[in-house]
Ligand binder design. Structure first.
Ligand code: SF4
Length: 183
């Protein structure tokens, strides 16, 4: 049973940029996670030990995100968004709700970069959007020199054995540094 709720906020602004993933913002269109991994750090949180029961979908997340990103783009507060910190956007229920996909459409429209972390092949459904983001996203000024360099893209460096990475590699976009994906 999935509970549908209306959230009050969309993006979480990090106090400090994550040094490894470079995220400035996180976005959780769902609560909990049906993959229920034994090693998940969320188990230690208020959500307890069962990650797959009591899933929640924030049905108004794309609308809230649109409002937030319109404002942030106007102020040029660009930064990597991680659409997955306390949940997984590409769970099986996303096939029905498509909240993560609609959030990616908003992110693409306002040209924010993303960092996606997932174990779900459903992300391949959104490959076209990730490629669009990769081509047009605006990097925060202090990351431009670090990431706008020649060389293999971040995607290729991560896990070339995985089919998702192979599919991304087949698409071969120079701009994948702005749509970084980890499996
Ligand atoms: S996929 Fe990620 S968020 Fe989901 S249970 Fe596993 S570690 Fe946690």
């Amino acid at each position: 049973m999935v509970r549908e709720i209306f959230a009050k906020t969309s993006l979480n602004k990090h106090k400090r940029r994550d040094e490894w993933f470079l995220d400035d913002y996180s976005l959780n269109p769902y609560q909990l996670c049906e993959f229920n991994c034994v090693y998940c750090y969320i188990r230690e949180s208020k959500y307890g030990s069962s990650m797959s029961s009591g899933l929640v979908v924030k049905v108004n997340m794309p609308t809230l995100l649109e409002r937030e990103l319109r404002r942030k783009a106007r102020r040029k507060e660009f930064g990597f968004i991680a659409p997955s910190s306390a949940t997984k956007p590409w769970m099986y229920i996303e096939e029905k709700y498509r909240v993560a996909r609609r959030c990616l459409e908003v992110i693409a429209r306002y040209r924010f970069p993303v960092h996606c972390l997932t174990k779900s092949p459903l992300i391949l459904r959104d490959l076209n959007l990730l490629m669009d983001i990769g081509k047009s996203a605006v990097l925060p000024p202090d990351l431009r020199d670090k990431l706008n360099h020649e060389g293999p893209s971040d995607v290729l460096a991560l896990n070339p054995k995985h089919q998702c990475c192979q599919d991304l590699r087949a698409k071969g976009s120079e701009s994948q540094r702005k749509a970084r994906c980890t499996w």
